[in-house]
Design a protein around this ligand. Structure first.
Ligand SMILES: [Zn+2]
Length: 393
């Protein structure tokens, strides 16, 4: 993610932020049967170690981004990913302009039964590189998402043919205002009119402020009925809890879905949330929760298969309806915080505010419906909390 937050929020707000952050992501115990072949945990760990290791220097300079692109290119080729029809090779370079450095996106193809419709699954491979205070290795952000992308692609290519085809995309320059994905959407390898849905994974190895192990946030389902249907249809995975939120709850602002949303492509954003080492040199491979990354990747594979198999293409909604499932997510997070606030030393006043918010959310859930006005108020309060959570260290 690219950060767009103002620093230096008042300490009282910070406590509230904590609340939001702490939400309760309790692991589910029921497991669906995994359809072989499946993402491999050791391969995920190895990709994270390579991409976020010392040799790539944080994937920030043109040379280091090239090393990362070459790694991903080779990994996708070995995974059985083919060229996009009509193209040779995975590389989609884009030139520098007055406002943008040059970069290289990658695009590959897993053929489905339908060649005329495809689903994009993606992750950005760049990070922040070296700065005065050290190397920003970018393990969670976003070596984990790229590792998941490769392993999802491998399982798709080796497994039963999906119904729709899959375009596998690795983006450059996300950390520079999403410039890689913006260039890709502007000049896509195939027309976006044929793209049924877009999925991007950004940070899948830690959790929101490291307070919710196993949390997987899925955002964007409000934008098309088919998306929410696909999300609901994916079998749960042991060790993670999948929770939905509207895309407008992304308090960090951007990720690679933005340029596709602008073109009304139904988008889903998968993230475990910004950890405490978000955009810091301490975001290193050793801190990634490999078991959770593995479970999230298996779920992501199920999601991509579900999107490929939807009977009808998701239809973009200009004005999404407020959804109770989002209130359930916020309520779970706020409640989860409450369960941890004693250990966090939350001041009593903040604890009281948190409890009031939780009670409000519970009342909304009890009514079984939420209107646009109420959702807007809840969103404001939740965003404030998320922002503060991002200040936790
Ligand atoms: Zn990122």
């Amino acid at each position: 993610m690219t950060i767009r937050l103002a620093r230096g929020l008042p300490a009282s707000v910070l406590g509230l932020a904590l609340v939001a952050v702490l939400a309760g992501a309790l692991p589910r115990s029921e497991a669906g049967p995994a359809s072989p072949p499946a993402p491999d945990k050791d391969a995920l760990v190895a990709h994270v170690a390579a991409l976020a290791g010392p040799a790539m220097n944080g994937r920030g300079s043109p040379e280091d981004r090239e090393k990362a692109a070459a790694h991903v290119e080779k990994a996708l080729r070995e995974a059985g990913v083919k060229d996009v029809p009509g193209r040779t090779g995975f590389r989609c370079p884009f030139p520098a302009s007055a406002s943008r450095p040059a970069g290289v996106n990658l695009a590959g193809w897993v053929a489905g039964e339908k060649a005329d419709e495809y689903v994009i699954v993606s992750a950005h491979y760049d990070h922040l590189g070296k700065k005065a205070d050290g190397t920003y290795f970018g393990a969670d952000d976003n070596a984990t998402g790229v590792a998941a992308l490769v392993e999802v692609a491998r399982a798709l290519a080796a497994g039963e043919k999906p119904v729709r085809s899959v375009m596998v995309a690795a983006f450059d320059l996300e950390e520079t205002q999403d410039m890689g994905s913006a260039a890709f959407a502007k000049a896509p390898p195939l027309p976006l009119e044929r793209c049924a849905a877009f999925v991007t994974a950004d940070m899948l190895g830690r959790s929101l402020a490291d307070l919710f192990p196993g949390l997987l946030l899925v955002m964007g389902g409000e934008r098309a009925d088919g998306l929410a249907e696909a999300v609901k249809g994916v079998s749960p995975e042991v060790g993670i809890t999948v929770r939905e939120m509207g895309m407008d709850f992304n308090s960090l602002g951007w990720s690679d879905y933005v340029a596709f949303e602008e073109r009304k492509v139904p988008c889903l954003f998968l993230t475990s949330g910004a950890c405490r080492d978000y955009h810091r040199p301490e975001d290193v491979p050793e801190k990634v929760d490999a078991a959770a990354l593995h479970a999230r990747t298996r779920w992501m594979l199920g999601l991509v298969r579900a999107l490929c198999g939807l009977p009808a293409r998701p239809v973009w909604k200009t004005t999404p309806d407020p959804r109770l499932v989002e209130i359930e997510t916020i309520h779970a997070l706020v409640k989860g915080f409450g369960e941890q606030e004693a250990a966090l030393g939350v001041p009593p006043m903040v604890a009281a505010m948190r409890k009031a918010f939780e009670d409000n959310l519970a009342a909304t859930l009890a009514r079984g419906k939420v209107d646009a006005k109420e959702r807007a108020a809840i969103r404001n309060q939740a965003l404030m909390l998320f922002r503060m959570a991002s200040q936790l260290r």
